[in-house]
Design a protein around this ligand. Sequence first.
Ligand SMILES: [Zn+2]
Length: 350
Amino acid sequence: MESNPLRNSVIGSYPFPGWLELASENLDNFGVNDISEVQRDAVIAAVHDQLSAGLDVITDGEQTRFDFNLSFYGYIKGIELESASPRLFGPPAHDQRGKHAITGELHAPEGLGAVEEYQRLAEVYQAMHPGKQVTLKASVPGPYTMSGRLLPNEQYKDRWAITEALLPIVRKELEALVAAGCTEISVDEPSMSCYAYKEDPARFVDIFNRTVESIEGKARVCTHLCFGNFKARAVGPRQISPMFPAFLDFKCDEMHVEMASREFAELELIAEIAKHTDVAVGIVDVKSYYVETPDDIAGRVRRCLEYAPAEKLVFAPDCGLSQTARWAAKRKLVNMVAGVEIVKKELKLT
Ligand SMILES: [Zn+2]
């Protein structure tokens, strides 16, 4: 894969515009064609914000996954919509999201919808005639992460069994994305980083590598590891060391780690990652409403350069931006790109 020193990227999600949230709560009032229009308009908004920030890599902001039927789970046969949330009141946390019951054989005869998302993104991007060529990235949750919201049953006795059933479904989707012309795909496995401290990390590596084995060398394979961000709350101990050295065997071209919200603890570990693969550093805190200035970002980039060479470094927010208000998300991306640019100029990379 060609090198692009100090690349600016994003994780998949972007905040929904207010009107999209309102529409998603009232889908009964929309026809099928109206919903398609809503989806496309939302992608136009997300692409616009990302292009204006000046990123090197953009996504569709996962703007079309606003409803169960339009999410990955909606594409999987053999499950039924989550039961009511087990906790309706109190401060927000992941236990307010219900889990889906498995009712039959898990399969996805029409894929997981990521190919349509990628095609929609490509069409919207082309129609905007952007001045700068950027890479269009697709993001798909890996099978272990996806298994977390499915309840084991007689046929699929535990999370591992569900993961194994989902693995070939995800792999097929990745192959279809490559066939559709997608050149960069993130297989997100934040559940692996959240639970590496208590599970066998080598087992995670085996699952990840089998998921991506058929697209190796055919697209830039990225992965995103964080400590949880539902309602901007973490769920795992925010330590990277339990994942290593095992995770260095991930067969990927870019590994992303959450750093900004952890005030760059264990930053030295990016040196180890950079020996194996490009390392994407979470340099923007998606959980804080302090908007990093370009100078803050430049300082952080310089710290990263103490451990990893420019050609191996990618910068992105700590996680997807879906849990950050759009006004802040926009400003954070603009400042991220501006801050990285300061250092690029110092190093005469532009
Ligand atoms: Zn994340």
